[in-house]
Design a protein around this ligand. Structure first.
Ligand code: SAM
Length: 388
């Protein structure tokens, strides 16, 4: 149920017959270039904004991620005489890209000479802010779509930090022995979530490999969860743009048994604004971020279907410790010139990044593609392809 129905959305729903699948609604309210929360650039990321992400807490995050990126990029150097690309998808405010470029330039000036920064950001409102911030980037910088990248694929590393959780999800509702698609329906001036038609075979096919072809007796109405139909097309489009290199996905993700556990009866979808969370996705449409966790198996299947080879995965806490977080924390105490306030803030941010009840539970999932990387070095953060 919701109030505050904007006129643009009413008109769009009427034009669609009064009801649309949840994924279409989510796409509109997040990514419509005029009215969407990201499309219009209304959402702000950071402590003073609508929600925080790891890079918005502290540049120390970029310094740790950079260790992994440097290892991969240096190993790719012999594979091309051309520039290597660091591609960031969904760069948000642009701060991670800037911090990475600044850090890598300081740590590895020779490598940095060979690098360009490529940003893939479909939302014009967000891209406008990135362009302002990244005027300070020490590398050649360009914004492209995946389609443009596919026309002239690059060699390098693609980073997807909290991007895949912004792709529109379908919501599925248990109804006895079958799944139905959740619809967003207009009733006068109100929006409602309602169960629609039984799930079509294409969506059902995503549940079958997870052993969830039917809801089963433990999932009774109004049990609902999400499916990620946008993952496979996104990974395929991303893959067409990368001739050779690695993809690092960092996001909230869970194994299917946890994601679709009978006791998780309302899925993982949440709305965020002004550092508040809500489980009502119909609230002030276009004013809130909507985000859903990823299902690890669905991510891995979607990646395999477009030729990505799994390199390894682990929780963020483990990954950052493997990349030197403890040493960094210790090193802060050797820098008295920082001042107490800065020191405490950086310390708090580093601890939040590994807190298993918060950002430390994020997953780092790495993939590779391109003939030349068949012998690619494994990630520094996870030595086994399915390490957990
Ligand atoms: C949750 S924000 C994360 C921003 C940043 N990576 C961070 O962690 O601070 C999601 C970002 O992904 C962008 N985005 C949404 N859909 C996308 C897509 N299909 N491809 C690339 N970026 C997308 C949004 O506009 C936004 O910049």
């Amino acid at each position: 149920m919701s109030s505050e129905l904007p006129d643009w959305l009413r008109q769009r729903l009427l034009a669609a017959g009064g009801s649309v699948p949840f994924a279409i609604y989510m796409e509109w309210v997040l990514h419509d270039p005029d009215h969407g929360a990201y499309g219009s650039g209304r959402l702000r990321i950071g402590r003073q904004g609508d929600f925080v992400t790891a890079p918005s807490l502290s540049a120390d995050f970029a310094a740790l991620v950079a260790r992994q990126l440097i290892a991969w990029l240096e190993a790719l150097l012999p594979h091309t005489a051309e520039r290597l690309s660091l591609v960031e998808t969904g760069p948000g405010e642009g701060s991670l890209a800037l911090d990475l470029a600044t850090w890598i330039s300081a740590e590895r000036p020779e490598l940095a000479q060979r690098l360009e920064l490529v940003l893939v950001e479909p939302n014009p409102g967000m891209a406008a802010r990135q362009r302002l911030l990244l005027q300070a980037c020490p590398w050649p910088t360009r914004w492209v779509s995946f389609g443009e990248l596919a026309a002239d694929p690059v060699t390098g590393v693609v980073l997807a930090h909290e991007v895949l959780d912004a792709l529109a999800v379908e919501r599925i509702v248990a109804d006895g022995s079958l799944w139905r698609r959740q619809m967003v329906t207009l009733h006068g001036e109100q929006l409602r979530l309602e169960a629609g038609e039984p799930l079509e075979p294409q969506l059902l096919a995503q549940l079958e490999p997870l052993g969830l072809a039917q809801p089963g007796p433990q999932r009774q109405a109004p049990w609902c969860s999400e499916l990620h139909p946008g993952l496979a097309p996104w990974l395929a489009a991303c893959g067409r743009g990368l001739r050779c290199g690695q993809l690092l996905v960092i996001d909230y993700a869970q194994e299917a048994w946890r994601y679709y556990a009978p006791q998780r009866s309302n899925g993982t979808l949440l709305a965020y604004r002004a550092q508040q969370a809500s489980d009502d996705p119909l609230r002030e449409p276009g004013g809130w971020d909507l985000t859903a966790h990823l299902c690890l198996e669905s991510l891995q299947q979607a990646a395999a279907s477009s030729g990505w080879r799994p390199l390894g995965q682990c929780r963020q806490g483990q990954a950052l410790l493997a990349l030197g977080l403890a040493e960094r924390l210790h090193g802060l105490q050797q820098e008295p010139e920082l001042g107490l306030e800065v020191l405490l803030q950086r310390r708090e941010a580093l601890l939040r990044l590994v807190d298993p009840a918060a950002l430390g539970d994020f997953r780092w999932v790495a993939f590779a593609r391109g003939m030349e990387v068949d012998n690619a070095p494994p990630p520094l953060f996870a030595r086994e392809p399915h390490h957990d």
